[in-house]
Design a binder for this molecule. Sequence first.
Ligand SMILES: [Zn+2]
Length: 453
Amino acid sequence: MTKHSSPGHKPQTSYPKLHLMAVAVCSAVMILALTLLPSPDATATKTVRLKPTSANVEPTPIEQAQELVDEQLVEPQMETVIARNWQDQKVRSGDTLSHIFKRVGLGSRDVYEVMAGQGDVELLKKIHPGQTMRFDIEEQKLVALEYVMSRTDSLMIEQSENGYVAEMQIKEMVPFTSYAEGTIDSSLFLAAQKAGLSEGLTMELANIFGWDVDFVLDIREGDSFRVIYQEMHLDGEKVKDGEILAAQFTNQGNTFTAIRYETSDRGASYFTPQGESMRKAFLRSPISFARISSHFNLRRKHPVLHTIRAHKGTDYAASRGTPIKATGDGKVIFAGVKGGYGKVVILQHGQKYRSLYAHMNNYARGIRSGTRVKQGQTIGYVGSTGLATGPHLHYEFYVNGAVRNPVTVKLPHAEPIAKQDKEAFLTVAQQMVGQLSTYAAAMESEKVANLDQ
Ligand SMILES: [Zn+2]
């Protein structure tokens, strides 16, 4: 796998001014970080947990809009707090609403009245084992019923003058910002685990940098990572992971930095601090996790013809019928049989790039000359048509009409940050890059302090 040294991948040391600015801004955070540092231990990996996400990062326009909406929604509800005398019932397997009502001393008439109520009472038909129903019964009369569907969602049913009224209550999770860093001894997975990252976040981290780093082949001892991520809390407890906000990965001396940015029209994506996409316009390989059986070699002895003949592509060994993915967005310019290639699909990607997929068993549905395809879309299936010793995919990649080695060719980035978002993005990116350094420095000084003791 190649390392790219485009301007998009300069290490963050190219921001001395910015760094100082960020340190000043984040000094309050740093104090908090230091006080919250976990107890000293000998491992190279640690996690810092910090407070509210939006304290340090400018909210996006969407978040600002959402906050306005939330305020309007939340305000009126604050007034109605009624002390309830709850008795809880766990839903058991095989339970019906009648069974549960019976257990708390209510009858079929109560079931009927509740089900005749206003609102989403139909949800009560979907109860399943493990869930909780809470009853407030005064003088043998059901006053309120809370059907707890999940940690965040419940249905509150209350008695009113006109029968029961059901209302959904959704608790909002609070995002907390956390920081973790680690140094790899053997695998990213182990180092991430040591640093307190969940499996999901580790996968996400690998996905973000997966365009630049092959986490199976490229990883070396001493590679390291820094991650600022969110944890979603409810009632003071972590419920699930949130998003990775910023991350850095140093692989064999090359440091890659990724910043998350979300816009209403384009959704969320990761960019370099300069605004280049972390994604590439092309997948490195058209088949996931396939073994390369024959490399690009312009002076190879052909296995079938036994003559010196250029091998203008990369062969991936895969069983017949394995899906073949378009490596980039493009247009089918050829889908048919072509000499030794057998059944072959050729894609044109803009003016500059072209990709070719040969020896297919068959084409995917709808793949014909003129069809537009998306990156990752299945365009056909592995076979051995044409001159092939067995089922495999022969993949070729062209830049400006010249054939190139698909494994080592420098791949262009996907769309960078949109022009209209660039200024706002750069501000966020500066803050996040600064925070990564600040947190790392806080960790470092903590380590030094421990040594001094
Ligand atoms: Zn080949």
